[in-house]
Design a protein around this ligand. Structure first.
Ligand SMILES: Nc1ncnc2c1ncn2[C@@H]1O[C@H](COP(=O)(O)OP(=O)(O)OP(=O)(O)O)[C@@H](O)[C@H]1O
Length: 221
């Protein structure tokens, strides 16, 4: 309930966590809150970014600790995913729409998939065999797939890989729009997009460190 003088957080979505996970000799310890907006997690190869996203997506179970989802009823992790080479571009976007096989898709879902592909300038790629697509073309369809899931918590592993400067900026703009009422977390190696994140964290040797608010985000509306 909202009281006079208090901020009402009841409508907001966020995920708060304090998790420990061991994978072989690798140990991860991550504590933080990811809020509505686009959060970027940066860090060197092997530092634990993917592991954290998979923990938050409930693909991995933490060894100890907790993950508290507030206002979040659906979560989707999107990394690279396999589809048979004879699949079409539309199949990529529909995979996201089905939340990667978790729900059936129908005619209305195809319409939504077409809409999201158009947002990514990928309408002409929908009928193409995926084996004929360039890395960047496939990546734009993967991003359309992620968006078409319409999940409250979108965990995107390297969504900007294979995209050149202009497209990285456009994708960040689109993600920021999507994240106005949802939580989007991306991992990235591209320092040039950090100015487009509402918040940034660094992963170093399995430890999550807050990078602080990015004050002057000059991307998107
Ligand atoms: N199933 C596993 N068994 C053992 N070790 C694993 C397993 N999965 C990941 N690791 C190790 O955990 C560490 C963190 O991996 P993770 O994929 O989270 O890193 P990352 O920061 O996403 O790296 P990159 O930027 O290269 O994608 C790495 O040292 C990796 O080798």
């Amino acid at each position: 309930m909202k009281h006079c003088g208090q901020v009402d957080f009841s409508a907001q979505k966020f995920v708060e966590f304090d998790v420990y996970k061991t994978l072989g000799s690798f140990q991860l310890r991550a504590k933080g809150v990811f809020k509505e907006g686009v959060t970027c997690v940066v860090g060197p190869n092997g530092s634990g970014k993917t592991t954290l996203l998979k923990l938050l997506a409930a693909i991995y179970k933490p060894d100890s600790g907790y993950i508290n989802y507030v206002g979040i009823s659906s979560k989707v992790y999107v990394g690279d995913f396999y589809l048979p080479p004879e699949s079409r571009g539309l199949d990529i976007v529909l995979a996201g729409r089905s939340r990667f096989g978790k729900r059936p898709v129908g005619k209305a879902d195809v319409e939504m998939a077409v809409k999201y592909a158009s947002l990514l300038g990928a309408s002409d790629l929908l009928a193409r065999r995926i084996s004929s697509l360039s890395g960047g073309e496939r990546q734009r369809l993967v991003i359309a797939a992620a968006l078409s899931s319409e999940a409250d918590l979108l965990l995107l592993d390297e969504p900007l890989s294979n995209l050149h400067g202009n497209w990285r900026g456009r994708v960040m703009e689109i993600l920021r729009k999507y994240a106005e009422k949802k939580v989007v977390v991306i991992t990235t190696h591209h320092g040039d997009v950090l100015k487009c994140c509402q918040e940034a964290f660094r992963m170093e040797n399995g430890v999550l460190k807050q990078g602080g608010w990015v004050e002057e985000a000059d991307c998107g509306p």
